[in-house]
Design a binder for this molecule. Structure first.
Ligand SMILES: C[S@@+](CC[C@H](N)C(=O)[O-])C[C@H]1O[C@@H](n2cnc3c(N)ncnc32)[C@H](O)[C@@H]1O
Length: 228
């Protein structure tokens, strides 16, 4: 059957519930693969809750794909702020029926330019998301050195300086299976954008083999997936 007939057939078929269909069809442990049509349906639901800032549609797709493919038992989210990413992980765990323990960490330092004040974690208030106050690397390292069972999704969106992200990316060594997602990794040579997260990812990749890298090179802010 040609791709066009398959697409036509699919259009006519009543849509499969997104929570079932997004699961990968490939061989577990291999490269990321999801049903993009089903993932798109989930993204439309996410947009109603978190909007498209700071995560554009392509970034929401990558977050949904990474979560749907790895079905993490543990999520470690560095940089809570208002809690949009943490809320995305919670919504994905609910909709995809994944029993994930979701940790989110923030320095909550009033001197930081992105201090969330009373809005810290407002998107996950009352939800089963474990909020930690402290340095992302230190808190995440203690969660991950306890060797949580099952796949891990590490999300890095705290301090975007190259040195900090390089340190946080050392956490990848503590992951046996799963992935890391790094936000704000857009790279435009010659631009004044902060390239810290991009450069930190490049440095990691120059020394460590990864199962798969997926970049979102369309524009700011950008997100990079590192399969483990
Ligand atoms: C861009 S915001 C995160 C946005 C959040 N992920 C969301 O989706 O709503 C960055 C956050 O990282 C926090 N932060 C900065 N440095 C940090 C560090 N070393 N450890 C943990 N959090 C940090 C800041 O306080 C700020 O709230």
């Amino acid at each position: 059957m040609s791709i066009f007939s398959r697409l036509r057939r699919r259009k006519q078929t009543p849509s499969v519930p997104a929570d079932i269909a997004v699961r990968h069809h490939g061989v577990p442990g291999q490269r990321l693969e999801v049903d993009k049509w089903a993932a798109s349906e989930i993204v439309l639901e996410l947009v109603k809750i978190v909007g498209t800032i700071p995560y554009s549609l392509d970034e929401l797709m990558l977050m949904t794909a990474a979560f749907g493919f790895h079905r993490p038992a543990t999520v470690v989210d560095i940089g809570t702020h208002v809690g949009k990413s943490a809320r995305i992980w919670y919504e994905l765990s609910r909709r995809l029926e994944v029993k994930a323990t979701i940790h989110t960490i923030d320095l909550h330092n009033p001197d930081h330019p992105e201090y969330a004040d009373d809005s810290l974690g407002s998107f996950v208030r009352g939800l089963p998301v474990i909020q930690h106050l402290g340095d992302g690397y230190i808190v995440a390292r203690s969660i991950l050195t306890d060797n949580p069972a099952g796949p891990v999704l590490l999300y890095i969106d705290g301090d975007h300086r190259q040195n900090t992200v390089e340190t946080e990316l050392r956490l990848v060594q503590l992951i046996t299976t799963g992935c890391a997602l790094v936000h704000d990794t857009f790279w435009q040579p010659g631009s004044p954008y902060n390239h810290g997260p991009h450069l930190a990812v490049e440095k990691l990749l120059s020394t460590t083999a990864s199962a798969q890298i997926i970049r979102q090179p369309i524009g700011l802010p950008g997100m990079t997936y590192i399969g483990v």
